[in-house]
Each structure stands twice: as structure tokens, then as C-alpha cells.
Design a binder for this molecule. Structure first.
Ligand SMILES: C[S@@+](CC[C@H](N)C(=O)[O-])C[C@H]1O[C@@H](n2cnc3c(N)ncnc32)[C@H](O)[C@@H]1O
Length: 263
């Protein structure tokens, strides 16, 4: 981890290691003295760092120091997650804590995630799953899928996680036959917001939900998925709970919605 931190620090100006936030974070992680898996999975730092610099993301050198520190802390946290027993480093986002809580309560045997991006929530969920439990995560952007693959492998969750590269609209109908899914225990919905409703209805149509299947949808207020919220709350097939949160880095009010399928 020391190597990664210095590599990251060298790439950024001004040096992040001197920032108080980053220093506290690094000192905290170092104190944990994580057990190291050997041999280490290969880690293509250049690939991982190149994607967040391309459109639609702002070039890293234009970011204010605070956001940059958070991004670096995030990268270090995500890459060390498989190596630490105490995950204080990840407990920064309210939505992440809610996700942890619902995953633990649900204790799923099979999980589907819609929207992988770079694998942050994937790793976050995977670390809570017992050996042998499967997590399928769908991402249609090949560059993001490539980064997520690196991060998931580096974090040590290659055996639990399968990245399904493609559009959720095409992948969901293939889950039963091609990916041997019977029904899903837990679905984390975190892709484009206008897809929440059609994809939930597609899961229903493909008979992938059973009585008690838990759907957890992020960012239902900001950017918001009003048609999805209206549907799960009024169609009569779900028991819903709302969990207020904040949009990371922006301090905007947001929420996650848990919808438990009644069967
Ligand atoms: C908000 S990001 C996911 C963040 C991720 N769950 C996390 O917390 O780290 C949304 C991702 O969903 C992907 N996506 C959006 N619509 C999709 C679709 N219909 N099929 C597959 N991937 C999709 C985007 O490319 C993007 O990477």
C-alpha cells in the first residue's frame, strides 16, 4: 500500500501526502496493519487512473484539493479493502453505510448490481458476502468494466464477483439461462435513473424476483427516479422503506429506497 500511496502522490500536484485529510487517512490505514495476500494480484495503476480523467470526468489537475484528496483516499481504500479487517476507511459515505446495513440484514445468497462503474459498491458488497456467494454486476461501458475488473481482482474478490459487460436491458433476460440464476435475493440498483423502473419491471417479467427479494435503489431523490418511486410505492407488490442520505462530495439531500417484493 505504501507503494501505491507514493505512486498516487507522485502523480498529483501539490503532493497529497502532505494534506491533513490524506495524512490522517493514511495513518489510520497503516495502523490497521492489514494481512497481505500473497502473491499480490497485478495492478495496472495507469489504467485505473486514466479512466477518471477522461470525459465525462473533469481532468484531475482542475479539481480542488479536497475533492482530489477524497478521490485518492477512495482509491486507496478500495484497493486495500480486501486486505484490512477493519474497514473504517470506507465508512465515509452515508449511502455506503446504509448499503452495508441492508446487505447484512438480507444475508443474500445471490446478488445483482445494476451499474458497476469502477467497482466501489461492488467491492463494498463483496466484502460482506460469505465464501461461495455470487455477485453479478452489470456495466455497459467497457472502459469502466476494465477498471472495475482490476479493482475487484486487486481487492481479492475475483472468485465472488462476475462482471457482466452489456446493457441491463439485454443482460437481465439472459440471467436465468446463461448465468444460471434462479431468483435474486438482493438487487442493488445504481445505473442510469431512467432505467430503474423499466429494469425492475423486466426483473419481474423474467421471474427473477421471489417473495422477500430485496431491491435497494440509490440516488432516488438526486438525480432522482420519481417514476420508479411511484411504482414501487403504489403498485402493491412491494413493502418500501426510505433511507435519507447525502450525495457524496456535494452535500445534497438524497435517499435510498428499499423495496421488498411481496411475491
Ligand atoms: C452511478 S454509476 C455506478 C456506481 C457504482 N454502483 C458505485 O457505487 O461505485 C452508474 C453506472 O451504470 C452504468 N450504466 C448506466 N446505465 C446502464 C445500463 N442500462 N446498463 C449497464 N450499465 C449501465 C454507467 O456506465 C455507470 O458506470
Amino acid at each position: 500500500m505504501k507503494g501505491q500511496i507514493s505512486a498516487l502522490t507522485v502523480m498529483f500536484q501539490p503532493p497529497l501526502a502532505s494534506n491533513a485529510l490524506v495524512r490522517t487517512f493514511v495513518q489510520g490505514v497503516m495502523r490497521i496493519a492489514p494481512p497481505v495476500h500473497s502473491p499480490l494480484a497485478p495492478w495496472d495503476l495507469n489504467l485505473v487512473l486514466s479512466v477518471p480523467q477522461d470525459s465525462p470526468f473533469e481532468p484531475l489537475h482542475e479539481l480542488p484539493l479536497l475533492s482530489l484528496s477524497q478521490k485518492v483516499a477512495f482509491l486507496v481504500a478500495i484497493t486495500s479493502v480486501g486486505r484490512v479487517s477493519e474497514l473504517a476507511a470506507l465508512q465515509v459515505a452515508v449511502s455506503g453505510l446504509i448499503l452495508d446495513k441492508i446487505v447484512k440484514e438480507t444475508n443474500p445468497n445471490i446478488v445483482l448490481e445494476l451499474g458497476t462503474y469502477c467497482g466501489y459498491s461492488t467491492v463494498r458488497i463483496a466484502r460482506l458476502l460469505k465464501p461461495g456467494i455470487r455477485l453479478l454486476t452489470v456495466e455497459f461501458n467497457p472502459a469502466y468494466a476494465a477498471v472495475a475488473k482490476q479493482i475487484i481482482e486487486f481487492a481479492g474478490f475475483k472468485d465472488k464477483v462476475q462482471i457482466l459487460e452489456g446493457n441491463t436491458h439485454d443482460i437481465i433476460p439472459q440471467l436465468k439461462k446463461k448465468y444460471e440464476v434462479d431468483t435474486l435475493d438482493f438487487v442493488f440498483v445504481d445505473h442510469w435513473k431512467e432505467k430503474y423502473l423499466p429494469d425492475i419491471q423486466l426483473l419481474e417479467k423474467c421471474r427473477l424476483l421471489r417473495k422477500g427479494s430485496v431491491i435497494l435503489a440509490d440516488n432516488v431523490i438526486c438525480p432522482g427516479a420519481p417514476d420508479f418511486l411511484k411504482y414501487v410505492r403504489t403498485c402493491g407488490h412491494y413493502d418500501c422503506t426510505n433511507y435519507p442520505s447525502f450525495l457524496e462530495y456535494m452535500n445534497e439531500k438524497d435517499a435510498l429506497e428499499k423495496a421488498v417484493f411481496r411475491g
